[in-house]
Design a binder for this molecule. Structure first.
Ligand SMILES: Nc1ncnc2c1ncn2[C@@H]1O[C@H](COP(=O)(O)OP(=O)(O)OP(=O)(O)O)[C@@H](O)[C@H]1O
Ligand SMILES: [Mg+2]
Length: 248
């Protein structure tokens, strides 16, 4: 059984006749890191929102452990490009939002949020508001909030693209470390990215989308063991192949 199955998803806005997504299918197996790539405006964010149950597809279905998604569920959490933190809440309280749907006591909520503060390197900042944080720290809060409910699937929409390269690198390494050491509950990630290098560094499977009406052009499997050496011949070869698939 696949963890997530995207089955012939099509989408169009009712006010415009134009089809945006056209029969998109792929699967996320347990343990897989999936990257979705495609031209600007082809519908990547829309697709991710459909998977999350935030937008209803025009046809097709998404299943999570064989159950059809009809709205947001606890098993899947979302990480946004612009962090989407609430500025009037402290960083700790922002993380606690991720725990709000869980049936646990206030003490347990406090304890779990504090544990996440430590795990995500936010100690000392928990009682401040998001505006004092750097972009990288804000995204740490965003990811901590998303994993707080112990989802199995993390959906991330260009989570590193508004960060400088150094900060993005550190955060990527941290996430891979947490996934591999199973220090977070997540075992599958579906991430939208514009960066071919980022996709080849992280993904087991790269889903390359076309221009609108958007279909799957190619699904590239990356088998290289992590951590991947960006300067190795093999890495560069896969990067070239992904660029070729995009240009096709
Ligand atoms: N209310 C709307 N009515 C009609 N079309 C819309 C509406 N909102 C968005 N669109 C179109 O839907 C398409 C898909 O948007 P989406 O944000 O999912 O694309 P994307 O691939 O994530 O883009 P980007 O690479 O810029 O993040 C875009 O072409 C956009 O113009
Ligand atoms: Mg987008």
């Amino acid at each position: 059984m696949s963890l997530v199955s995207v089955d012939k998803i099509s989408f169009n806005y009712q006010n415009s006749g134009l089809e945006i997504l056209s029969k998109i299918s792929f699967k996320a197996e347990k343990g897989e890191f999936i990257c979705i790539m495609g031209p600007s405006g082809c519908g990547k964010s829309t697709l991710l929102r459909i998977i999350a149950g935030l937008v209803k597809p025009s046809s097709g279905k998404v299943t999570y452990m064989n159950r059809t998604i009809t709205g947001p569920i606890l098993g899947m959490s979302f990480v946004f490009q612009d962090f989407a933190l609430l500025p009037w809440l402290t960083n700790l309280d922002n993380i606690k939002i991720g725990l709000s749907l869980l049936d646990i006591s206030d003490d347990e909520r406090d304890a779990r949020a504090k544990e996440l503060v430590e795990r995500f390197g936010l100690s000392g900042f928990e009682d401040y508001y998001p505006n004092v944080l750097s972009g990288g720290m804000k995204q740490r809060v965003g990811i901590a909030r998303a994993v707080a409910s112990e989802p199995k699937v993390l959906l991330m929409d260009e989570p590193f693209s508004s960060l400088d390269e150094l900060t993005a690198n550190t955060l990527r390494d941290d996430i891979i470390y947490m996934l591999e050491n199973k220090s977070i509950s997540v075992n599958s990630v579906i991430m939208v990215t514009h960066s071919v290098e980022e996709a080849v560094e992280l993904a087991d499977k790269i889903v390359v989308l076309s221009e609108k009406p958007t279909h799957v052009k190619e699904i590239k499997i990356v088998k290289t063991k992590r951590p991947r050496d960006k300067r190795s011949k093999e890495f560069i070869k896969i990067v070239d192949e992904v660029y070729a698939a995009i240009a096709k």
